[in-house]
Design a protein around this ligand. Structure first.
Ligand SMILES: [Zn+2]
Length: 113
């Protein structure tokens, strides 16, 4: 559906679509590898010696991008929703809920034996 839309839209519409799609927020967070210190000391480094953190290049911070949640989105091609079996090959289980009902907030239940 998106592919069909992109095939027919003009360049301006394409740019607007891409801008909306790229609506990510990037924040600087503390580097997990060095706990924000910019330096790292492991088993290889002698006492008193540190190396520049490989992940943050010594800055102590790294960029973290995320897409803010703006509400439940529709997925094309879904008719019904069920509970995941969880394990490999278990497949859908439990009661059946129409996708329209799911979008309204209704959830399928595990069947009781
Ligand atoms: Zn770091």
């Amino acid at each position: 559906m998106i592919r069909a839309y992109l095939a027919t839209c003009n360049y301006g519409e394409y740019l607007a679509y891409m801008e909306k799609k790229m609506d990510k927020v990037t924040v600087k967070i503390q580097c997990k590898s060095c706990s924000g210190t910019g330096v790292y000391r492991g088993y290889q480094e002698p006492k008193g010696v540190a190396v520049v953190c490989h992940d943050c290049k010594g800055t102590g911070g790294v960029d973290f991008s995320y897409e803010p949640f703006t509400g439940l989105k529709r997925q094309d091609g879904v008719d019904i929703v069920r509970i995941s079996g969880g394990a490999f090959g278990a497949g859908p289980q439990g009661t059946t809920v129409s996708y329209e009902d799911f979008l309204e907030g209704k959830l399928p239940r595990r069947e009781e034996n």
